[in-house]
Design a protein. Structure first.
Lengths: 185, 205
């Protein structure tokens, strides 16, 4: 007796065989225990797959509970962009600009990346004033917590963008105060 | 109501209410859109949870899908079941994401076509099925290549037709059965935990 293969059995179960082939299969399984068993096993497998896939095992996340949280209001995007632009402006003027000025005064070309990193990076006296490891650590911690909190409402990329923009903006504020002190001196 | 499949298998009155809600949402009624969202979001989230590798991916994908659905709502053809259209949008979105992330580890059509599949022993297959719980099957699904997993999710979660699966996965319709059968074999191998050799009854019959 010629048996049907597993592919034909699956297509038969899923209603994908043409009418003639389907009738042939139906007649065959009446007489063939082997093909009948295979059909039964495949059917059980389909049931297991369906139930495993459709079982409701996890509750809806809170941030998906309302359609309100799906999209960011445009004003949030505007604010985030403005904060990012302000931060970038500060970073360029008070962060990158002085480096280039100092390099030029020291006789190094601003286009030489190696010189900039070695001489302006490693030996720059300003590091001690600028970098405080504890402050940075605290800042990173605050940023992570903030991203985690905001993420409950919006998607990851948006949360990261908002927090990074806010950080840049916040870092810019003390720099302006320091410039005022210099003017008083 | 379970919005996972056949939500149109409801009474004519319920169908009329559902169609009215969709029409109102199309017209820009925020309340109607909110109701549509609450009705379908849990099922779409579960779909994404099964199709995407992590929970976070599923959450983000669900958000993006509904943003897309809202934007495309005017294109929805009311003669087609809404859930089928919704799942098509969701499936295309998820598969597109997976493809872009190069998680598409499945074999290409030609390789699938030529892949020999060993004929299973029905008795052993039944025993394997009886021994495994839904949770074990879900864990095994997570280990499947992206295309195999997506094919199983589209067929056995979304109840998608072979034509729609072919369109989503970008394979010829005649290969959808092969992709599904291959995915089943891979799943059995993982569930068996020993290469699946013990299920095989010999060469193809």
């Amino acid at each position: 007796m010629i048996h049907f293969d597993e592919m034909a059995c699956l297509l038969y179960l899923e209603g994908q065989l043409d009418a003639a082939r389907s009738r042939e299969m139906a007649a065959h399984v009446q007489e063939c225990a082997s093909c009948r068993d295979l059909l039964h096993a495949l059917e059980l497998e389909t049931t297991l797959l369906s139930s495993a896939l459709t079982e409701d095992t996890e509750p809806m996340p809170a941030r998906l509970a309302s359609e309100q949280s799906q999209s960011m209001p445009s004003w949030v995007w505007t604010l985030a962009f403005a904060a990012f632009a302000a931060g970038a402006y500060w970073f360029w003027n008070d962060g990158i600009g002085p480096w280039f000025d100092q390099l030029s005064n020291a006789g190094f070309g601003g286009t030489d990346v190696f010189s900039m990193i070695v001489f302006s990076g490693a030996f720059w006296e300003g590091w001690s004033d600028k970098i405080d490891a504890i402050q940075i650590g605290a800042l990173i911690l605050v940023a992570i917590v903030a991203i985690g909190w905001i993420r409950r409402r919006v998607r990851r990329s948006v949360a990261v963008a908002v927090v990074m923009s806010a950080l840049l903006f916040a870092v810019a504020l003390p720099q302006q105060a320091a410039a005022a002190e210099v003017r008083r001196g | 109501m379970d919005a996972r499949r056949h939500p149109e298998g409801m009474s004519p009155a319920e169908q009329a209410v559902a169609q009215e809600r969709i029409a109102q949402a199309k017209a820009g009624n925020a309340e109607a859109w909110g109701e549509l969202y609450r009705e379908h979001a849990p099922a779409i989230f579960r779909f994404c949870r099964r199709a995407m590798p992590t929970r976070e991916d599923a959450e983000d994908a669900t958000m993006d899908i509904f943003i897309k659905v809202r934007q495309k709502l005017s294109q929805y053809d009311a003669s087609r079941p809404f859930s089928a259209w919704l799942y098509a949008v969701a499936a295309n979105h998820c598969w597109d994401l997976l493809r872009r992330r190069k998680l598409r580890q499945g074999l290409e059509t030609g390789e699938v076509e030529n892949m020999p599949l060993e004929h299973p022993d029905p008795g052993q297959l039944e025993q394997l099925i009886a021994r495994r719980s839904g949770q074990e099957v879900r864990r095994a699904l997570d280990k499947l290549p992206a295309r195999s997993r997506m094919a199983l999710v589209l067929r056995y979660y979304s109840d998608m037709s072979y034509d729609d699966i072919a369109a989503t996965l970008g394979v010829r319709r005649t290969f959808v059965g092969v992709v599904l059968l291959r995915a089943r074999h891979q799943l059995r191998d993982i569930l068996e935990g020993q290469g699946g050799a013990s299920l095989a009854a010999g060469g193809a019959a």
